[in-house]
Design a protein around this ligand. Structure first.
Ligand code: UDX
Length: 451
């Protein structure tokens, strides 16, 4: 089949933002679209592998080669925007004079300025939300003054089509405004030119966030759910060669993890990971180490290389019977392994969607940004996990960690959570299966592209 409809997809340079956009690219390729996936030089440096042959990759400059170690977050975000605006414009110009000029740029919604560049060249633009629908509805309301900031300790926030949220359930960027003003600006700006965009795509599915999806759909923009963006082999098995996301910023210990899991009994292992960015304090690492050990369960724990210095001395060797600590793992294979009975997670949106789509109940230990809200939904709305309570120091103690793990792995509530998880797994699969809600939305997107 000759692919004549060409689109560019442009990812923000974080693992949790690359994975869903890359996976969406593969869905588009499977529907006959010609795809160029655009990343920037800072990722190019650490990239471990490239996506499949059916996707072309272009690496453009983000100025990271001139970035200083002492650069503030604000300065880094501005530098990125400045350099990328120029290099992306050059790239679009190059493709515009090729045999297949691009019809559209799909870009991470954190970069609304990409739309202005696309428009300069007469190209359409569609922001892609890599976080949940509810999170972005909250950011939308906040950017329109509907959330009184700063938020009072005991406040209960009521927003259209969203369950009432306490201060601990809100995205941390909204509660702790003083901490990361540059990031708060980034998430609130997502809606600055939304009415000019052709679509607003979101990595979720209608059935999962039904009420808030309906609210988003009722707005003036063309909101469409296209998720969960999980490689097909784990869901519908339609694309047999689609076994992983395909672009890693860290090197996974594949054999070590899978061989170790193969020796463990069904539902006996706690898989623990805090994603690609979160960093736990030393005291918290110590409590976590003890809590995992005391739970008496086997555990597979991802501790990124930069975090490993916080582990107790000799911990790796000492725990080899009971636990395995690796610097990065093939998370989807791990979650899909029958030995894994529970996922102790920071509740990043990809991790949440992956566990939900693979039927694994969770112990929620949110750290920042969207994670507290994801945890609220995991526990109270989807009922597929428990949330760790923090003590007065803001620490999850070893006793609390042990209690929560035991509740999910052994407790009566755990059994109900497992059943709920299996139901969500079926619904996730249905959404992306032929004729499912997300599949229909992708079909509509592709059909409109072709005209
Ligand atoms: C960040 C934010 O934390 C998250 O909340 C936001 O929605 C996206 O950006 P991150 O913290 O890395 O992402 O978490 P998450 O969204 O869960 O993404 C991590 C990705 O890395 C997942 O797709 C997961 O499968 C993958 N991963 C993680 C691995 O492949 N191996 C690992 O060992 C750990």
């Amino acid at each position: 089949m000759e692919r004549t409809t060409h689109i560019l997809l442009f990812a923000y340079p974080f693992q949790g933002h690359i994975n869903p956009l890359l996976q969406f690219s593969k869905r588009l390729v499977s529907k006959g679209v010609r795809v160029t996936f655009v990343i920037t030089t800072s990722i190019g440096k650490t990239m471990q592998a490239l996506p499949s042959d059916s996707i072309s990759v272009e690496i453009i400059s983000d100025g990271s080669e001139n970035g200083k170690d002492s650069e503030s977050l604000d300065a880094a975000i501005e530098r990125y925007k400045l350099h990328v605006s120029q290099s992306l414009a050059k790239l679009i110009e190059k493709h515009n004079s090729s045999q297949y000029p691009p019809k559209m740029v799909v870009y991470d919604s954190l970069m609304p300025w990409v739309l202005d560049i696309a428009r300069q060249f007469g190209i359409d633009g569609a922001p892609f939300i890599t976080q949940s629908c509810v999170i972005n509805a909250i950011y939308y309301h906040a950017s329109h003054g509907a959330i009184q900031m700063p938020i009072e300790e005991r406040a209960s926030i009521s927003l259209p089509s969203i369950p009432s949220l306490g201060i601990d359930d809100l995205p941390s960027l909204i509660c702790d405004q003083g901490l990361y003003p540059a990031l708060l600006k980034l998430v609130l700006n997502q809606f600055s030119n939304i009415l000019e965009a052709n679509w607003l795509l979101c990595n979720t599915f209608n059935e999962l966030e039904n009420e808030v999806v309906n609210w988003m759909t009722s707005q003036q923009w063309r909101f469409k759910t296209i998720g969960p963006t999980i490689p097909s082999i784990y869901l519908d098995k339609r694309l047999e060669d689609d076994k992983e996301y395909g672009l890693h910023l860290f090197k996974p210990d594949v054999d070590v993890c899978m061989k170790w899991l193969d020796t463990k009994e069904t539902d006996s292992v706690v898989y623990t990971s805090f994603g690609s960015l979160a960093s736990l304090g030393e005291e918290q690492m110590d409590e976590l180490t003890r809590g995992l050990k005391n739970s008496n369960c086997h555990f597979l724990w991802v501790v990124r290389e930069t975090e490993q210095k916080k582990l107790p001395p000799n911990f790796l060797g000492e725990t080899s019977e009971k636990g395995l600590v690796v610097s990065w793992c093939p998370q989807l294979d791990v979650l899909a392994h029958k030995a894994v009975g529970c996922f102790m997670t920071h509740c990043g949106w990809n991790s949440t969607l992956e566990a939900l789509s693979l039927g694994v109940p969770m112990v929620a230990m949110p750290q920042w940004t969207d994670q507290p809200t994801n945890a609220k939904f995991i526990v109270d709305v989807w009922k597929i996990g428990v949330r760790i309570k923090l003590d007065e120091r803001g620490i999850a103690t070893k006793e609390e960690i042990e209690l929560c793990i035991r509740e999910v792995i052994e407790g009566e509530r755990g059994k109900q959570m497992k059943m709920n998880s299996v139901r969500w797994k079926e619904l996730a699969k249905e959404a992306v299966d032929k004729g499912g809600s997300s599949d229909r939305n992708i079909e509509e997107f592709v059909a409109k592209l072709a005209h």
